[in-house]
Design a protein around this ligand. Structure first.
Ligand SMILES: NC(=O)c1ccc[n+]([C@@H]2O[C@H](COP(=O)([O-])OP(=O)(O)OC[C@H]3O[C@@H](n4cnc5c(N)ncnc54)[C@H](O)[C@@H]3O)[C@@H](O)[C@H]2O)c1
Ligand SMILES: [Zn+2]
Length: 340
């Protein structure tokens, strides 16, 4: 799959002149309509815009119906193009709608959050939440291209930018020890995001190319996510305690680095470095003793599990990761206790 990291003023016109479409439709949310659409509008021929409300709570079947309805009203045929302009919510759901409308029409991703640029837009996972379960309904389908321009990040909030940075940290820890050493020596504000986007995309592309449907090595991308997702879900909808995805994953990475250390897979210095850097960027999430059992119970929902076993991806050093490692409840408990 092609990913272009360059100014959108170059990549979008180049894509459009190399391809011919009967109709073009752009999917945006309230924020990307305001902050990102004006930038691309000038490069587009005649097109329609579908604007949906922003937020994860909109990533559902009702919004899909709105999108499919608009596609039908706009008379999109099989030779039409959908442009998903937004974060992971627009990318996942817009891509899902495009790949199911008339059994699939072309779509491209223009990710506008750091998280979607370094993670969600690469790898072809599309879908929506259903019955309160994240990404429960979806497909694997690659977009025609991904056009990344770091300039879109200028209007993104500090918290959203920092949340996306957790996936950058993860990519370094699982695959590139040298880059990890480089980023951990800099403050969050000093990081070179344009360089880090290219680095993260290359790592994710390499892993996905080896294992597109997550039967093996792709599972390492879940480092920090088994406990991280459980923490995210536990605090979901709890006012004041609510965590962004990356904030929860940051906590998850510390817990899972601790389990890696306890199993002699990483040394104490590596654990300390991970902890020190992540705390310096994210601070410490408030996890109370009484929360621990419920968080552990939530790991039973993890998509990587096999039967009753909860399977983790754990570090085998800074820059290396293993997968399909069964972890007991008591190890998880110790890790959460260590974190708090
Ligand atoms: N497909 C995958 O492989 C994959 C991987 C990771 C995450 N995801 C999915 O991605 C979603 C999270 O993505 P996200 O963090 O981008 O969330 P998001 O799409 O909700 O965007 C976060 C917020 O930023 C706003 N926004 C987006 N771009 C902006 C810009 N340039 N300036 C100002 N505001 C802007 C959005 O309107 C939204 O309010 C989740 O649904 C998750 O499941 C998918
Ligand atoms: Zn993630």
């Amino acid at each position: 799959m092609s990913v272009q990291i360059s100014p959108i003023s170059e990549s979008l016109p180049a894509f459009l002149s190399a391809n011919s479409y009967t109709k073009i439709q752009v999917i945006v949310d309230e924020n990307t309509f305001k902050y990102c659409y004006p930038t691309i509008k000038t490069f587009l021929p005649k097109h329609k815009v579908i604007k949906i409300k922003s937020g994860e709570s909109e990533k559902n079947i009702d919004t899909c119906q709105i999108i499919w309805q608009a596609m039908t009203d706009n008379e999109l045929d099989r030779h039409s193009l959908t442009i998903n302009l937004g974060g992971g919510v627009i990318g996942d759901m817009g891509g899902f709608c495009a790949s199911t409308y008339k059994r699939g029409i072309d779509f491209i991703q223009i990710p506008t959050t750091l998280l979607s640029q370094v993670d969600a837009s690469v790898g072809g996972k599309l879908g929506i939440d259903f019955l309160g379960l994240k990404n429960h309904i979806g497909v694997f389908q690659l977009p025609n291209t991904v056009l990344i321009d770091a300039d879109f990040l200028k209007t993104l909030s500090y918290d959203e930018l920092r949340s996306g940075f957790a996936e950058v940290i993860k990519h370094c820890l699982i695959m590139d020890g040298k880059k990890w050493e480089e980023i951990r020596r800099k403050d969050f504000e000093e990081q070179d995001f344009t360089d880090l986007i290219a680095h993260s995309v290359a790592i994710k592309q390499q892993i996905v190319a080896e294992d597109p449907t997550e039967k093996s090595i792709r599972k390492i991308l879940n480092f920090g996510h088994t406990l991280g997702h459980a923490i995210e879900t536990y605090f979901l909808g709890k006012p004041k305690l609510h965590l962004l995805h990356g904030e929860a994953i940051a906590a998850g990475m510390i817990c899972e680095a601790f389990i890696s250390f306890k199993r002699n897979m990483i040394d104490q210095k590596t654990l300390e470095n991970i902890e020190e850097f992540i705390f310096s960027v994210y601070g410490k999430a408030t996890i109370k003793e009484v929360d621990i059992e419920s968080i552990i119970a939530l790991t039973a929902q993890d998509k990587k599990n096999k039967g009753k076993e909860v399977r983790f991806s754990l570090l085998e050093g800074a820059g290396k990761c293993g997968y399909d490692i069964s972890v007991s409840k008591s190890e998880m408990k110790k890790a959460l206790e260590y974190y708090r």
